[in-house]
Design a protein around this ligand. Structure first.
Ligand SMILES: [Zn+2]
Length: 152
């Protein structure tokens, strides 16, 4: 299958430079949903150059700035689905910029955190969710070891 971002329709392209493109999302989650993608066909974050990573963040800022000018949103959800398990469906890395307005959904609380919540989890109390999803002591310890001496 042809990559939808490498072969983006010209009318979906809002911006491009040598490193990134900003595209209209074809299946917007909200009005003004944009995608910031590297020009290069790169599937994962690890394959990006340092320059491309910085360019994606710059693209995020540009997308938010232009959306503010055009539509005056009250907030944004920004995020990436990295890997199939996280819901990545197009194997060309993309940063999603979704403008938000007060009242555009009934329960905005939590924002992108809801990406991993099933409806069942939504109905758990904060306490129940903590019990279900918290790390055990030894898992926290494993993370601490992984960070090692980066913590001063
Ligand atoms: Zn591609």
């Amino acid at each position: 299958m042809e990559c939808p971002f490498c072969s983006a329709r010209p009318e979906a392209i809002l911006y491009e430079d040598e490193l990134i493109r900003i595209l209209l999302d074809s299946y917007p989650a909200n009005r003004g949903h944009l995608l910031v993608v590297p020009r290069r066909h790169v599937e994962s974050w690890e394959e990006l150059s340092g320059e491309e990573k910085v360019a994606l963040i710059r693209g995020m800022e540009l997308a938010m700035e232009k959306l503010r000018e055009a539509f005056k949103p009250d907030g944004f959800n920004v995020g990436m689905n990295l890997g199939r398990a996280a819901g990545q469906t197009v194997p060309h890395i993309h940063l999603q910029v979704i403008p938000r307005w007060e009242g555009d959904c009934a329960h905005p609380r939590g924002g992108v955190r809801k990406a991993v919540l099933d409806l069942e989890d939504e109905n758990l109390s904060m306490r129940e969710r903590w019990v279900k999803n918290r790390l055990r002591e030894e898992e926290v310890e494993r993370l601490r070891e992984a960070f090692g001496q980066h913590f001063e």
